[in-house]
Design a protein around this ligand. Structure first.
Ligand code: 13P
Length: 258
């Protein structure tokens, strides 16, 4: 089964809405029609930029899917500071990152919360990009697979096989995020294949063959080709290198470089 790669830019807490507009415009010049035939591209700005990014993408018909980095699982209520999935859907957001390791580590998100968010995102007809990944200590102790399998199973509990087949899982080893250390292409491939086998065990072969699995963690123009041509890696979740049009567009164009 051929899976269209998804290259996602997670801007984290960077860029105000003026800077966001500038970056989207620069990207629109750097990315070609051929690129978007080959890959899907999603942009995940901070909440305060989403309306701006949505407006420019729609009015200029730019080939970028609007994304978000996070949302709450409840539909509405007294949750100061939170944003409901339906509010994102109203902005034509199509992909929502959920369970990023920074949300888990810094903001105490649990697997149960991640699971509730995955369901809420699906209920609002958006696509979750559910993150998983191990710490360096867990990897060195030989526990990477156990950690990742646990996150995948708990995060997707109660989701139908059909829905799992249509969503995105991002494998992001925590020790590779923002550190400049990338997993070797072989390790990244092995872990993404392991995520796929975990999906197969829990949801069946059809879901496993269609779910898209991204690698994330210090993806750069210089390593994108090697990582993204691995058979079980269906795209990238890019942090730092997504903040500049030059580097992000070169990652989008990974097939053109060696
Ligand atoms: P970096 O690409 O900056 O390592 O960030 C990866 C990441 O966390 C994307 O979600």
């Amino acid at each position: 089964m051929s899976r269209k790669p998804l290259i996602s830019g997670n801007w984290k807490m960077h860029l105000n809405h003026f800077e966001a507009l500038k970056l989207v415009q620069e990207l629109s010049y750097a990315v070609t029609v051929d690129d978007v035939e080959e890959v899907d591209i999603s942009l995940h700005p901070p909440f305060t930029d989403i309306r701006t990014v949505q407006t420019v993408c729609e009015s200029d018909r730019l080939p970028f899917h609007v994304g978000a980095q996070h949302c709450h699982f409840e539909a509405k209520g007294a949750f100061t500071g939170e944003v409901a999935p339906s509010m994102l859907a109203k902005l034509n957001v199509s992909y929502v990152i959920v369970g990023h390791s920074e949300r888990r580590e810094v903001f105490g998100e649990t697997d149960e919360m991640v699971n509730a968010k995955v369901k809420a995102i699906l209920a609002n007809e958006m696509i979750p990009i559910m993150c998983c990944g191990e710490t360096l200590d867990e990897r060195e102790a030989g526990g990477a697979e156990e950690k990742v399998a646990g996150q995948v199973k708990a995060g997707l509990a109660g989701v139908s096989a059909e829905q799992v087949g249509a969503l995105v899982i991002a494998y992001e080893p925590i020790w590779a995020i923002g550190t400049g250390k990338t997993a070797s292409a072989e390790d990244a491939q092995d872990m993404c294949a392991f995520v796929r086998s975990t999906v197969s065990e829990a949801f069946g072969a059809d879901a496993a063959s269609s779910v898209r699995i991204q690698y994330g963690g210090s993806v750069k123009p210089t390593n994108a080709h090697e990582l993204l041509t691995q058979s079980d890696i269906d795209g990238a979740l890019v942090g730092g290198a997504s903040l500049e049009a030059e580097s992000f567009s070169r990652i989008v164009q990974y097939r053109l470089s060696e």
